[in-house]
Ligand binder design. Sequence first.
Ligand code: COD
Ligand code: ZN
Ligand code: ZN
Length: 375
Amino acid sequence: MSTEGKVIKCKAAVLWELNKPFSIEEVEVAPPKAHEVRVKMVAVGICHTDNHVVTGTIVLPLPVIPGHESAGIVESIGEGVTTVKPGDKVIPLFTPQCGKCRICKHPESNFCLKNDLGKLRGTMQDGTTRFTCKGKPVHHFLGISTFSQYTVVDENAVAKIDAAAPLEKVCLIGCGFSTGYGSAVKIAKVTQGSSCAVFGLGGVGLSVIMGCKAAGAARIIGVDINKNKFAKAKELGATECIDPQDHKKPIHEVINEMADGGVDFSFEVVGLRDTLMSALLCCHEACGTSVVVGVAPGSDTLSVNPLVLLTGRTWTGGIFGGYKSKDSVPKLVADFMAKKYSFDALISHVMPFEKINEGFDLLRSGKSIRTVLTF
Ligand code: COD
Ligand code: ZN
Ligand code: ZN
């Protein structure tokens, strides 16, 4: 029996209160309105940014259904949708690409003005919600809320991908892989023979390493306070790994000494004030570039002596690896299908969706890289 045009009742992971486990609840998912798409989820990865919602580091109205790294199949489409149809394999996009705004028309930038990451309204682009639970509206996360068996997304926040793509793997293209890999190849534009330092060796940081390696970096220094992350980092291209706790000197001084005054490119993929500063200072004062990938919690701000930049450093950052999402995601999937890269080293755990709280415990205890939940 077709579900098109009807409310679907299904299971979703709802966060009712900060710092509490998710409750798997029955929710109602409204049909897509005009220019919207309802997607049946097949696989979803757990990214540390979802945990920032649980802890309140990213402040959203509650209750909310998080999740932003996924792949699924179109169940139905609203009026006027032309770029996907029921049955298509798709990846929801946490940074949309409307194609019309100033940013979409800019040749380089990708942070489309239709995004919800800046405002965190917790709604669809029209300001309303499509989920209800126990009679209450439930908020969306970044316009895609993928911790649900079914979700509704705006058409500009979903990309059609190769029908042969394995969804339980390419879901990582929805965030972690693209965010990290693009930070190296597209935002920093890492050069052949260069030196790089990557702070934070989680799913996103390891993807930065994959990007640095693909761009031909000669030296890639991995930095993490959890030594258990070093083996994977080396497998993926780190030439050496260091733990700041093993050094008396500040870690940026250690890296400056190791790399002839500082690395060419550094990446902060932790999201802490201290590591943001260390990453900035460990790149060469005259020719180094430092890329912000992580975000410091809450109101943390950095105070920087302008001399740090006056000498010639570049300090930059970006969302989703700088990729224009709707255009780039099908290409990133095509490159995966052509075996340009593999995600086997990144996916440490696969478990059923119902075990989502176990997946978050693994992330918080540093035991997983990426847990993929299957529906
Ligand atoms: N020094 C070095 N490494 C550290 C330190 C430290 N002081 N503290 C923690 N780490 C390491 C951890 O041991 C871990 O290995 C790694 O940092 C973090 O890895 P994960 O797996 O927990 O996190 P990721 O890779 O899933 O995500 C990291 C982000 C930095 C992207 C995320 O936390 C973040 O800041 N997100 C906000 C930015 C955003 O919204 N981006 C868009 C969607 S991702
Ligand atoms: Zn993410
Ligand atoms: Zn736009």
